[in-house]
Design a protein around this ligand. Sequence first.
Ligand code: SF4
Length: 416
Amino acid sequence: MLGVVRSLNRLECVTETLRAALNALASAAPEWLRMHADPAWVERYDRRASDYDVPQGEAKRRAHAEQIGRDGHQLLAAITAPGAPTWLREIPAVELLRQVWLQNFCLVDKALPAGPEAGEPGEAARLVQWRTNQEGLAPSLLMAASPYDPEVHYAKKRSTTWIGYKVHLTETCDEGGPHLITHVETTPAPVVDRDALEDFHEALEAKGLLPDTHLVDAGYVAADQLVASRKKGVRLLGPAPKDYQWQGQSGEGFTVQDFLLDWAREVATCPAGHQSKSWGPDYHQGRTAFKVRFSTTDCRPCPLKPQCTRSGRRLLTLRPREEHETLEAAREREAQPTFSKEYQQRAGIEGTISAGVRTLHLRRSRYIGLAKTHLQHVLTAAAMNLIRLGAWFAGTPLARTRQSAFTGLMTLPISA
Ligand code: SF4
């Protein structure tokens, strides 16, 4: 969901952050600011960043950004200089300026040209440099996206990008009863869905509303979440993560399911009957895993090698046993015809989100900050529950998932 503030690019964000700090200081410490502000700043920061023409060309844009960087550093140096009132540093816009400058600029020591006498070394100067990926940028969860709401962050989901938050809704879907929203979770936009799951299971448990089965979108299903949910007594039901290795994608290669795993002895046996050469711990994507290697002596001459590996020998990456087995079980469950029938019940939540967006303007936050935005979500959910209860008491049937006329026609049973 979109934050209430305008979306800014990184250059606009630093410019607006400096403008916001200057405006805050002009109100809080006008005399101090008049003594320390550069008169040229009036021309540079009088208007919104979007009202200025950004120079064309990368070198000119970079020089423009670094001019803003020097101005910000000059202001921060004056604020932190001995003798400056210490409370200036505690002004939120100043604290944000310090944070945004650390995220977007770095100080580099550069040698100035050599002096007039031959052989005289040049002096070193500390220059403000615009950060790029080369110097390293903070992850979007930490990177400020706007000085006017420091809690909105940039996020990307497939081809959609936005700055703001994410809302997660959980609702009942029991046959015969009203579908009521039981929990609302609001997170910063870059938090991936599966990382929010534990929080809403804890919240549902605290309310005594933890479900036996939780139908979720694919984004919430991961091996560790399947295990954690099961330990809480929740059956997490959703599309399991796919096997994206070429062996699984081609449909003809040997996937990990084709290997016999002896976890107790830490030995894997391949489809050709050979045993692994080593089985050792590894740290894969922040999670403990195992690397299981086969021998090149076995793999190179193996007639099954084209189905197994494109390198000299086969390497398997395994999750911890409990996660591995739970994920495999989830994939098997998904292949059963009963899965899609049970999972169909989740379709209602798409209607809930759609109604929230169209009727109650859930797409955009009305407020600054995560706490108020969450309050908006809770009130929206309460309003939807009241509407649903009203419809249920009035005997209004639940709306069916809409279908195009063509699909409706083609799915009709053919009469004899
Ligand atoms: S390529 Fe290696 S691991 Fe794969 S089946 Fe042949 S011997 Fe076994």
